[in-house]
Design a protein around this ligand. Structure first.
Ligand code: CIR
Length: 254
């Protein structure tokens, strides 16, 4: 079975962290509706959704992906790179303790889950403003125990590695080569998003279905033409907070 941990949208979402996106007005009610539709989509695709309550003091708490790295054998609670996001991990840690042995990234290291792309036993880790060398080294120490290899990957022009590429199944990565070099992923099949849809590279694989944001119709068509099963959700309001589709859930086997 697949379990998906999600967290409700904070009423203070508009005070979120922003790095590569200009601040514009965010309608929290719309974000809440879009997030509910996202959770329904996960349920439709077979996930048991575990919704956690928002913390009004944590504007970015809906973006649970950044708070941990969930492997089949254990979970690593991160230390998010943005200081305003550090205490998001408390609630997630409590929720994950039911399912996995926990390890933690300790200060001074930083690591955002959005920078960790898992492909089989390989963990590609984006070197970004949120994830530093100490965070990667700590992740490596924990993950090595379970037989995973960690490979740091340079990223430019976007927030996280998974803004630039995501795994869509069939040994294939959906990638925006402007943000991460295709050469980092030798041995994998790569599908480049249309250049006019750079954010399309953040798609979410759930079971055998690729969930794609409604803002990227060309990416959707490309995926369908290549035989992928695609579902679309509208996440435009969460995108104003620099959130993609992977960042709103922690999906793992239970
Ligand atoms: C942040 O800057 O931390 C949030 N506003 C957005 C985080 C998105 N997380 C993700 O894509 N994994």
């Amino acid at each position: 079975m697949l379990t998906a941990i999600t967290r409700e949208v904070s009423p203070r979402l508009a005070q979120c962290e922003l790095s590569h996106v200009d601040r514009c007005r965010i309608d929290v009610d719309v974000a809440v509706r879009q997030h509910a539709a996202y959770c329904e989509c996960l349920e439709r695709l077979g996930c048991h959704v575990v919704p956690l309550p928002a913390d009004p003091d944590l504007p970015d708490c809906v973006f649970v992906e950044d708070t941990s790295v969930v492997l089949d054998e254990a979970a690593i609670i991160t230390r998010p790179g943005a200081p305003s996001r550090r205490s998001e991990t408390d609630t997630i840690e409590q929720a994950l303790a039911r399912y996995r042995t926990l390890h933690r990234i300790e200060p001074p290291g930083t690591l955002d889950g959005g920078d960790v792309l898992r492909v089989g036993r390989m963990l590609y880790v984006g070197m970004t403003a949120r994830t530093d060398a100490d965070g990667v080294a700590q992740l490596q120490r924990h993950a090595n125990k379970y037989g995973y290899t960690v490979r740091p990957v340079p990223v430019r022009g976007c927030l996280h590695l998974k803004s630039a590429c995501t795994s869509i199944g069939q040994d294939t990565l959906l990638i925006n080569p402007a943000w991460v070099s295709a050469a980092e992923f030798s041995g994998l099949k790569l599908l480049s998003v249309p250049p006019e849809e750079p954010g399309g590279a953040n798609a979410l694989l759930v079971g055998g279905t690729v969930v794609c944001a409604a803002a990227f119709p060309r990416t959707r068509r490309l995926l369908e033409d290549r035989g992928f099963l695609v579902e679309t959700v509208d996440s435009s309001e969460l995108a104003k907070a620099e959130g993609g589709l992977t960042c709103c859930s922690l999906i793992f086997k239970t």
